[in-house]
Structures are given as C-alpha cells and as structure tokens.
Design a protein around this ligand. Structure first.
Ligand SMILES: NC(=O)c1ccc[n+]([C@@H]2O[C@H](COP(=O)([O-])OP(=O)(O)OC[C@H]3O[C@@H](n4cnc5c(N)ncnc54)[C@H](O)[C@@H]3O)[C@@H](O)[C@H]2O)c1
Length: 462
C-alpha cells in the first residue's frame, strides 16, 4: 500500500512519521510545496520541534518514509492521500476574521483530481468546516479520467509538545465516511498499533464537526478558569486552589484547568471562529454568540496581563527593560502561532517598553514576523511608528540571563521547564529595584521569589 500526505507541517510530518514507523509494510510519501521545509525534514534539524520526533523520523526515513516536493508523482502513485494542509482564518473578503480559508484544500482537491490514477481514498486530515467533504467530493467527481475516489474525514487530535506520545497512544482515532470499504482500509492502517476499540467510526459530518467541537470545549475550559482568575485576584481566592478543588469532582475532572495569560496555538481560536461562522451561516445567532465569548475572554486575559504590568510598574513602562521569558505558545514546541506572548509584547511595545525576549526554541526572525503580523491592521501595512518600535525596542537574547540582566521586570510567557530552575538570586541582584516578576503561567515558586526580594504577580492570586 502507498500513502501520500500533502502538507509537511506540524500535523502531516509527525502523523506520517508515526504511520511509517508503525507500518513498515506501507510506503509513506510526504510532499509539500515549501522546499525549505522538505529539506529540513530530510536533515537532522527537523523544521518542527517535538520531543521524541527525531528518533521516530530517523527510524523510518529512507526505509518507508520519504519527504519530497514531487507532489504530482506522489499523488499519482498513492492508494490513499491525506490532505494535511493549513486552514487558517480568512483575512479578506466574505467571512474575514472568522471563516476558514479553504483555498489550500481546494487546490489540493483539484490537483488530486488532475493527476490521481485508479481508485484513491482521499482523507481529510486538516480541520475543516462541516460539509467540506461535499465540496471535495464534487471537485473530485468533476474529472474526465477513469480515476475514482472515496472521501473520508480523519481529524487529528494530537497536541503540540506531546505529539509523539499522542500519536503513539491516542485517546481515540476518529474516522468519518460513507464507504464501508474505504473506512475499513483506513482502520486497517491505524490498527497496526491502535486498539480497535479506540478507533471510532461515524458519518462524515459528525467527524468534521467533532474536531471543531473538541477544540471549542478545550478552549472553553481555559477561558472559564481564566475568567475565574480575574475574580480570584479581586477577592483573595487562589485560582490554583479553586482549580484543584473543582477538578477533583469527577464530573469536571482535573485537566485543562490551569489558569494562564491565555491560550494560543494555531487551532483553538481559528476553530472556534470557524464554528461561530458556521453557526451564523445556519442562522443560529445565540449559539454563535455563546462560543465567540470563549475567544473574547481569551483576548481579555492577554490584554489584562499587559495592563497589570503597566499599572503595577507605577503606570509607566516607557524605556524600562522587560525580560520576556518564552515566546512559543506552550512548552516543548517551536510553534508561535497565536501565542499570548505576541499580543502582550505588542501592547508593551506600544507603551514604549524595551523588550528583551528569550525562548529556547524560537528564532529572532520568527519573533519579528509575529510582531509585524500582530501590529498590522487587517489587510493594511505596518505603521511607521510600529516599525520603529520593533526595530529599536526589541532585543532577542540567546539565554535567559541576557534577558533578565539589568531588567526592571520579568514576564514569564511560556512554561518552559528551564525557567523554573533559574538562579533567581543572581537574577535579582542584576535587576533594577523593585524587581517585578509577572508569572503568566504560574510556574514559579512565589514564596521563594518573595523571600529573595522580588515583587511577584501571578495569575489569579491576590
Ligand atoms: N498544529 C496542530 O496542533 C494541529 C492539530 C490538529 C489539527 N490541525 C489541523 O491540521 C491542519 C494542518 O495544520 P499544521 O499545523 O500542520 O499546518 P502547517 O502550516 O504547519 O502545515 C501545512 C503545510 O501545508 C503546505 N501546503 C499548503 N498548501 C499546499 C499544497 N497545495 N500542496 C502542498 N503543500 C501545501 C504548507 O506549505 C505547509 O507546510 C490544519 O487544518 C490544522 O487546523 C493542527
């Protein structure tokens, strides 16, 4: 059997590497238009950072796992094609800022229609609005060749930072489709290592909607505990204690109850906005408003964090050095998409702070690109003032001490383990006094830092 995957990103790369590792009898060819990304997949510095991924890739690469830019060849040879391209929020036209941009999906479907041969199973791996499979099927069936197709939905539930473990031992695999034979063919692939009772099959539309719903529920928990964090700060309750107290209720459960500066990542916001857009499309205004509030609360939490920093530091951060520890949207990934750090940095730059940023896995070019994107009004160029602020007030550092030395405050933006074990006595001595710490992830020991002399501000603690 030959599998092709279009899109060698955070999902396509690790997912296909795991299939190739677990199924040595299946040949897996991952293709992408981005030749730099493909070159990195073929090197010993993979384009994405995930613990354990290098080993999985190295085990299968050159045996039954191939990365290339030969899109047409891989499509023509495949029995099964996964579409794993990006589906970002539209930035223009109808549905701008809400709907998913399906341009890349449609281009893939048209390319498959043009070059596929024989019978091919097309699998939607990307997260898509409900009923996208209908459009994919129509495009595929419009060809004048002998090629025939089945379309399946197989959304991915991995979390970045734990992708390898999630793929190795998933809570479930979800496959939606109409053809029993096609569904069984994909079940057979996963059954190489996933117990059959964990492989759920549904109709196409339930599968597409389940992915959006899962992300909406997960993000809702974060926004719910973050909403309570603001109330904790006002009342003297401690949000970590509240989370522990409610999480022991088996109906609620302990996971995803960690208060923070806000959720990030490429998926939560995009998928909720996509859900909101779908609800509006079907005339369900109240349902749309209900889910949109999850994103509104997240924006509030990020803005509130930046405002707290300014207010606490005597209502001005102008010309003050703020060490931002972490830029990725969570630990153990180099992905920065929608990271809370970007929006906090934007707000602080506009208050004329001097930002010294350190992240163990994110490079300067990415940080600058993220800020440019966040500071640009939708569809318009960066203002001269914002350009000046990025050029003159942003320093990207190679280690944490380079960021904290001489600073007025530290803002913990990502929960990287190495931040917990910094030599805080040394850090304190090198800082201006009073030395402020704003712990956006509640990972530092407040008691210890306070004893050293820091003024510590955490999320959801008075
Ligand atoms: N990142 C996650 O944690 C995650 C988890 C579950 C689901 N998803 C979903 O999976 C999908 C992919 O996400 P990602 O994070 O891997 O995106 P990504 O941006 O990292 O990767 C997508 C890749 O597709 C390539 N591409 C786009 N159009 C192409 C075309 N026509 N031909 C060949 N290559 C093409 C791009 O060059 C890019 O490398 C999205 O729908 C996302 O919502 C992501």
């Amino acid at each position: 059997m030959k599998i092709c995957c279009i899109g060698a990103g955070y999902v396509g790369g690790p997912t296909m590497a795991m299939i190739a590792k677990q199924c040595p009898n299946i040949s897996v060819h991952v293709v992408d238009l981005n030749s730099e990304r493909i070159a990195a997949w073929n090197s010993d510095e993979l384009p994405i950072y995930e613990p354990g991924l290098q080993e999985v890739v190295e085990e299968a690469r050159g045996r039954n796992l191939e990365f290339s830019t030969n899109v047409d060849q891989a499509i023509a040879e495949a029995d099964m094609i996964f579409i794993s391209v990006n589906t970002p929020t539209k930035t223009y036209g109808i549905g701008a800022g809400r709907a998913a941009n399906l341009e890349f999906i449609e281009k893939c479907a048209r390319q498959i229609a043009k070059v596929a041969t024989g019978h091919t199973i097309v699998v939607e791996k990307s997260t898509l609005p409900v009923r996208t499979a209908e459009a994919v099927k129509r495009i595929l069936s419009s060809v004048n060749t002998d090629a025939t197709f089945d379309v399946l939905s197989n959304p991915e539930f991995l979390a970045e930072g734990t992708a390898v473990d999630d793929l190795n031992d998933p809570d479930r695999v979800l496959i939606g489709g109409e053809s029993e034979t096609a569904i069984e063919a994909l079940v057979e692939v996963y059954a190489h290592w996933v117990p059959r009772e964990k492989i759920l099959t549904t109709n196409l539309w339930s599968s597409e909607l389940s992915k959006l719903t899962a992300n909406a529920f997960l993000a809702q928990r974060v926004s719910s505990i973050n909403a309570i964090s603001a109330l904790c700060e006002a009342t003297g309750a401690d949000v970590d204690e509240v989370a522990r107290a409610i999480g022991t209720d088996s109906r609620i459960g302990p996971k995803f109850l960690k208060a923070s500066v806000g959720f990030g990542g490429s998926c939560f916001q995009k998928d909720i906005l996509n859900l909101v857009y779908l609800c509006e499309h079907f005339g369900l205004a109240e349902v749309a408003a209900y889910w949109e509030q999850v994103v509104t609360m997240n924006d509030y939490q990020k803005a509130r964090f930046a405002r707290n920093i300014v207010r606490t530091m005597f209502n001005t951060v102008s010309d003050k050095q703020i060490a931002m520890l972490g830029w990725a949207f969570k630990k153990d990934t180099n992905d920065t998409r929608e990271s809370a750090a970007i929006y906090v940095a934007r707000d602080l730059l506009r208050e004329h702070a001097r930002l010294f940023v350190y992240d163990p896995r994110v490079k300067r070019e990415q940080i600058v690109a993220d800020l440019e994107y966040a500071m640009k009004p939708l569809g318009q160029p960066l203002s001269q003032e914002d350009r000046r602020l990025i050029d003159s007030n942003l320093t990207v550092c190679n280690d944490a001490h380079a960021a904290t030395d001489n600073s007025h405050a530290i803002a913990v933006m990502t929960e990287w383990d190495e931040f917990k074990t910094l030599d805080f006595k040394r850090v304190f001595q090198s800082m201006h006094q009073p030395a402020f710490v704003f712990d956006g992830r509640n990972i530092l020991d407040r008691g210890e830092l306070t004893a050293i002399g820091f003024e510590v501000h955490s999320i959801g603690k008075a």
